[in-house]
Design a protein around this ligand. Structure first.
Ligand SMILES: *Cc1c(COP(=O)(O)O)cnc(C)c1O
Ligand code: SF4
Length: 345
């Protein structure tokens, strides 16, 4: 079995269990706790970057200041399981479970809860909605983790989407290459390869998640012709230093994964102990740009409350005075640049 749940605790690492047993009961009754043998096996010592991402912490229950759904995803849902915020793309929540319940999850209100996953009727309604909105060109399968579905169910959803002519791009957001890499099988890859252009965004947060197993999972997906991106969440005590972030991002390039987004933590209830300041995020971005391969540098985005959308933030490196720009370089030097354009006739 892959899963280690509260009621089926067979964690062989007894120090892990004795450390968390008191927190298990109180936290898991509110927010489900689950991890895989593979993922918990990456823990090197208590409270390291892997531990913090998967082990319950009583501070989850103390954070009551924020709302469970600050992005108002439920208000932007015209039919069950579909979020339509931008004109040309939608998110389809096809699963509500994951192999590991990340303690910082932005959909903490939904994952692993009693909310039922998308059934056949909801799927039909969602596909009809997409069919009747020709402006939708990009469909993102999310959840929960879409790869928790079996191959046949996933193939059924993908076929339904490919039957809609205006859906150009399909994306899958999944953390399974990180938490349960054995799920990436040859059969899954050949099935997915039939639905191009199909993109996968995975979710690595820490360099210790880059292992021979996760590298193999990514290689199999890439070999199936699937471009791989990565979305990292900026997490206090996990990856909120330039050094850790550089190791993570450059490590991802080596396994053919292109860093896409670095997310400022959403203001989701139960996750406050992971939140860093935006200032910290901007300082980390300053430590990346110019210092490591440009290919490894993600966009640092903040998803604004109330469903206002994602905005990319950059360190403040330019001061504009008319056509004279004072620009700060990656080494900290200020260079004057004259913004000369050809006068129009
Ligand atoms: C993030 C997100 C998208 C995709 O945004 P991109 O910037 O295109 O990656 C689409 N819809 C919703 C609701 C989102 O949260
Ligand atoms: S894998 Fe993604 S959806 Fe699932 S718990 Fe982790 S962050 Fe949330």
């Amino acid at each position: 079995m892959y899963y280690f749940t509260h009621n089926n605790t067979t964690i062989d690492n007894t120090t892990v269990y004795s450390e968390i047993s008191s927190e298990f009961d109180s936290v898991s009754s509110r927010y489900p706790v689950q991890f895989t043998e593979y993922y918990s096996g990456l823990i090197k010592k208590p409270h390291d970057g892997i531990w913090k991402q998967c082990m319950p912490d009583s501070r989850e229950l103390e954070d009551t200041a924020q709302r469970p759904d600050p992005l108002d995803e439920s208000l932007l849902s015209p039919v069950p399981g579909l979020i339509h915020r931008y004109p040309d793309r939608v998110v389809l929540l096809v699963s509500n479970c994951c192999p590991v319940y990340c303690r910082f999850c932005m959909r903490k209100r939904l994952v692993g809860s009693g909310v039922s996953p998308m059934g056949r009727d909801d799927l039909r309604t969602a596909l009809d909605y997409i069919s009747s909105h020709p402006s939708i060109h990009d469909v993102i399968l999310s959840g929960g983790d879409p790869l928790m579905l079996d191959d046949a169910s996933l193939s059924h959803i993908l076929s339904g989407l490919r039957a809609i002519p205006h859906v150009a791009v399909i994306r899958i957001g999944t953390r399974i290459p990180v938490t349960l890499p054995a799920r990436i099988t040859a059969d899954l890859c050949s099935m997915l390869g039939a639905f191009h252009p199909l993109y996968i965004n995975t979710h690595f947060n820490h360099p210790d998640e880059i292992t021979p197993e996760s590298a193999t999972a990514c290689a199999m997906l890439a070999d199936a012709g699937i471009p791989l991106g990565n979305q990292t969440v900026l997490l206090k005590g996990v990856n909120d230093s330039v050094e850790t972030m550089r190791r993570l991002l450059t490590g991802l390039l080596k396994i053919r994964v292109k860093p896409y987004y670095l997310h400022q933590m959403d203001l989701v209830q139960g996750t406050a102990h992971f939140r860093t300041s935006v200032r910290t995020g901007l300082e980390i971005m300053r430590g990346l740009r110019g210092h490591i391969s440009g290919l490894a540098v993600p966009h640092y985005v903040i998803d604004l409350p109330g469903g206002k959308g994602k905005v990319a933030l950059l360190p403040d490196d330019v001061e504009i005075q008319g056509t004279t720009l004072h620009i700060r370089t990656y080494t900290g030097e200020t260079v004057t640049y004259h913004d000369v354009t050809t006068p129009q006739e």
